[in-house]
Design a protein around this ligand. Sequence first.
Ligand code: FAD
Length: 470
Amino acid sequence: MTTLLWLRDDLRTLDHEALTAAVEDGADVVALWIREEPGEADDGGRLGPRPLGAAVRWWYHRSLEQLSVRLEALGIPLVFASGDPRSVVPELAGSLGAGTVRWSRRYAPRSRSLDAEVKTLLGAAGVEAHSHAGALLTEPWTVTTAAGGNYRVFTPFHRAAAQIPVGTPLPAPEPLGGPPHDLLARLARLHDDGSLTSLTDLALADTSPAWWEDTVAEHWAPGESAAVEELEAIEAGVGGYAETRDMPGDRESTSRLSPRLRSGELSPRQVLTAAHAADVPDQDRAAFVRQLYWRDFAWSLTYHHPDLDRMPLRPEFRAFPYAPDDHALRAWARGRTGIRLVDAGMRQLWQTGWMHNRVRMTAASLLVKNLLQPWQDGEAWFWDTLVDADEANNPVSWQWVAGCGADASPYFRIFNPDTQAKRFDPEGVYVARWVPEADSPLSGYPEPVVDLRQSRAEALAALDVMKERA
Ligand code: FAD
């Protein structure tokens, strides 16, 4: 009997509970990755995960290429399909005569609904379906308040979550002897009849404009091998973290592991274990580990609240008087607001698929407060361009900045980008790197699109309008 391993956001072979269990089933294993197109849910909303943004698609294409080689070395073929998992998974299980299907759990409500449907369909066909942990340090339903509810404030969440043992990472499983010829022949037939496709034909990296090949590819090497190398060098990112994590000009002020966690090339348990083993001061380790728990917190909120990318957690913010303006949004997205730190960040994002956290906060604040643009528009831009665009961290962070999220920064805390630059980029290294023309009068660098002081006052007035409406 074959076991089918349905991979999604867990593109690794190390510390992989579902993979380990699949190998321990003692049969052949076939791994499957689907470009999911599940259609609508009963409520008319999306069913399944949010469609991947362009930068993450590019990353996944490269990462899957490498995963295919690593799985092959374990005797496991990786096959590809596109379509509705509710038909793809049961049909493939049937064609392969699989007795068991395994996957790593996902936590967004719309993905959970889809996975539950797949599980029911498999059960009806007499196929066992098992979901496994792996994407988070703590399962969201295990971190509860004394009254049994879920936390909406980070500090008590962290205190409770940190009590839950995380365990040690699993090694890669022992290689299987297979795959046998008849299984390979069956897979080839499924390929011929169109049930399966190739990674290239999934066209993940096939979007326009093709900016990633020229620029983003220079900055990143997707895939588990590079991820493991980065993890081994984690001391560089964690040493000094407590003091330098807010300094965008310092290239090693943070770990830059976010796309590894997003794609599941690394599990958070591997990262936590490496941080504990790193030879760094305790205060740096503690500050870094706290951020890893922010990721769990964001997923915990996502688990409990569907549609966080569109709906503010604080309902009164539905009445906020944003003033959508394509011109302002485009200037922001292209790094042409004339506000240097923000432009530097937006250009770093466009050219590398990543932006430093301090600048993400500043750039987001300018868009939603000084420019009065809906946070959902900025969130969507980040979703498409960040290599770490994450279904929980991105909307939760945007809502945090916009003042409408759980444990959000109060609305009246409006970041002043000039003050931020003076404090966190005092030598101007970061700005000079990404906006080198800013100080040259003939460069055509734009004048600021807003007056920071006046737009701050207008943002506070907009908050009053919302309060009157609510
Ligand atoms: P490090 O500082 O080295 O932290 C280690 C890990 O902890 C990160 O890789 C990440 O997984 C987690 N982490 C760190 N900070 C946060 C945080 N504030 N919230 C949740 N998890 C955190 N992070 C994403 O992973 N994906 C996103 O789509 C995303 N969108 C964001 C949008 C905005 C507007 C803002 C303000 C922040 C966003 N973040 C997002 C959070 C944070 O900016 C990134 O996680 C961080 O910059 C990644 O760099 P790093 O790996 O070097 O982080």
